[in-house]
Design a protein around this ligand. Structure first.
Ligand code: PGA
Ligand code: ZN
Length: 425
């Protein structure tokens, strides 16, 4: 049973405070988890509790830590760690608000993940096996190698330019191709006279003038590394359009110009034509612009993957609405957007039951915790995005997949890679 739940304030990859939780069982087993934190957050995300005092720019999490130690700890004492749903429901009830604002989603999620980890250790299983059972496959991974938007101080408004291996190959082979492309990209950027400093997710953050420049560099890097664009390495991007939408004018202020929703759609169409290796677009429209997001899906949903992040925030209620209205054909999944393991599993089930793919995601503020890698395998999610193959808080997730692949052997190789005939069950 759970003997003690204890939290502390630690720091994330951006040097901001975050919550770490230890769950100690009566037999002395320790499960530990660290909570990530986003920068381009959706408005409907569960509340990340910050102290808002002068200390550490107001970002301290002492209150969230106290909530774990003084409120959640006594409530979970004596409970079995093996009933994750019961643990999570107990915390949801204790909080009592729809968006976890009282205890904080950062407090609740830390406990939720640490309980799962303690339970896995107690049953002598790797986390992915404890959460997922058998018949598990490694995901196709999406690597953000040029950072823009809220993740870098450059002129590019599209937030993430990703590369992904699309052949039916094992994870290691695909990852090696990504690493080769990443190193080649550095040379391409240097050759074009830009700096190669990194953004928050380990991708390069050159001060380019336009997103088209970024895509053209990616295209060059793929070719120069010796791969066929679209066939071996494809491109995906997250526009994170909520961050360049003007709610008053209902227009998009994008890279020095103003676009109506229609014009933005034409711009995306132009990109798809110029770079046919683009297979997936996330958040092409703002979370406040469902209608145009839906129109875009109607137009391009058969041709490419369209991922909804900010509009749905891993929230089953919003995902239901998105499915009903025909928004996107894929759902981005972030544990800390909703705040418990159980609700995240529910979000994934809901999406997949309705034929949507699920892309599991890290946050731009990350920790060394590799929970999300195990979680992706456990839920047989065909896709994971966890940043560039650089900076340990990103690479550790991929290293964990390498370890898992070693354990699963050939059985773990995903048969179908997007955009081929993907079976998502
Ligand atoms: P965030 O960005 O972690 O900064 O919110 C990730 C995303 O928008 O997908
Ligand atoms: Zn996003």
């Amino acid at each position: 049973y759970i003997d003690k739940v204890k939290a502390r304030e630690i720091f994330d990859s951006r040097g901001n405070p975050t919550v770490e939780v230890d769950v100690i069982l009566n037999n002395g087993i320790l499960g530990r988890a660290e909570v990530p934190s986003g920068a381009s957050t959706g408005e409907k995300e569960a509340v990340e509790l910050r102290d808002n005092e002068t200390r550490l720019n107001g970002k301290g999490v002492h209150q969230a830590v106290l909530n774990v130690n003084d409120k959640i700890n006594p409530a979970l004492h004596g409970m079995t760690p093996f009933n994750q749903a019961h643990i999570d429901k107990t915390m949801i009830k204790l909080d009592g608000t729809p968006n976890k604002e009282k205890l904080g989603a950062n407090a609740i999620l830390g406990v939720s993940m640490a309980v799962a980890r303690a339970a896995a250790i107690a049953t002598n299983q790797p986390l992915y096996r404890y959460l997922g059972g058998t018949d598990l496959e490694l995901p196709q991974t999406f690597h953000n190698v040029i950072n823009g938007g809220e993740h870098a101080d450059n002129g590019i408004d599209i937030q993430e330019f990703m590369i992904t291996p699309v052949e039916r190959i094992n994870f290691r082979d695909g990852f090696e191709k990504i690493v080769n492309t990443y190193h080649t990209l550095k040379k391409v950027i240097e050759k074009r006279g830009y700096t190669t400093g990194l953004g928050d997710e380990g991708g390069f953050a050159p001060d380019l003038k336009s997103s088209e420049d970024a895509l053209s560099m990616l295209h060059d890097a793929i070719v120069t590394a010796g791969y066929t664009p679209g066939k071996e390495i494809a491109i995906a991007f997250d526009a994170a359009a909520s961050y360049f939408y003007n709610k008053d004018t209902k227009k998009y202020n994008f890279e020095g110009k103003t676009y109506t929703p229609d014009e933005l759609g034409q711009y995306y169409a132009h990109l798809l034509q110029e770079f046919p290796e683009i297979i997936s677009i996330e958040d092409p429209y703002s979370e406040d612009d469902w209608d145009n997001f839906i129109t875009f899906t109607k137009k391009y949903g058969k041709q490419i993957q369209i991922v909804a992040d900010d509009p749905v925030c891993t929230n089953p209620r919003l995902i239901k609405k998105a499915i009903k209205e025909g928004m996107a054909n894929s759902i981005l999944i972030k544990l800390n957007q909703i705040g418990t393991v159980t609700e995240t599993l529910e979000a994934i089930r809901l999406a997949r039951k309705n034929g949507y793919t699920t892309m599991i995601s890290h946050r731009s503020g990350e920790t060394g915790d590799t929970f999300v890698a195990d979680f992706t395998v456990a839920t047989n999610s065909a896709e994971l995005k966890s940043g560039a193959p650089a900076r340990s808080e990103r690479v550790e997730k991929y290293n964990q997949l390498l370890r898992i692949e070693e354990e699963l052997g050939e059985d773990g190789t995903r048969i179908a890679h997007f955009p081929n005939d993907v079976d998502f069950d």
